[in-house]
Design a protein around this ligand. Sequence first.
Ligand code: ZN
Length: 284
Amino acid sequence: MVSQSNGARTEIVEVARGVYARLHEGLTNAGIIVGDDGVLVIDSLRLPSFARDLRADVRKITDKPIRYVVDTHAHWDHAFGNEEFTDVTIVGHVNCRRELEELGEGWKQGVVARNIAWSEEMKTVRITPPTLTFDQRLELHFGGRRIDLVYLGRAHTSGDIFINLPDDGLLFTGDVAQDAGVPYMVDGYMADWIETDSRILDLPFDRFVSGHGPIGTRPAMEEARDFIAAFVTTAQAAHREGRPVPAGIEAVRVALEGRFGHWRGFAGLSAGVERVYREMTPKT
Ligand SMILES: [Zn+2]
């Protein structure tokens, strides 16, 4: 099912029986899981209007009520549609809730100040944190299907979770890993990210739906893991050698270009290098 939403192509792909990836080109993806008597939605998207479009798409698939929204993490383009799900249990990691409470207002004001397409509507957003949180793992039995919500450590944020459907070999990864795309690293925990990535591959899956970009396969996840490991270790080495940030960025570009130069967002490596440098600078 292909349509247009907010000027960008939206495609809904049935990835397993009753499980859909809603891919929004250049924007943020969502997931839809239809159970026996209700629906679980993965990520509420960036604004109330985006969440309403998502709800309308759910209605095209089923008339069952939405019972759960799962926030993969706190970032505004994934969780600022939460307020449209007042009658629904919103599930997330404890750190996702904390980030929305402590940082959400700052992210909101940042988007307003940037004066971009969504700045006007952003002023109206009521940040709505998860109402059901967990620390390590939450197992849902939903419509005859097991859904494991798993925390594997800090990575893209402090509260990234993975939604694993073991019987379908499916994994929803939020923004920790993309198929051939550089993740947003501004809020990343770069050293921890390497460890977290190494644990993802212990989960039973052969395809993954990312928060951005196309559906990936297990080899693409191995690539995503290798990218973060190479990125972070190269930037750490540059820092240890006393190189300034621009030289660190160049070192990362040179080291990764051959294997990853064709990835989406490869031009934007600077924020991640700055993040690694900040992480390695002793706090005074
Ligand atoms: Zn994110």
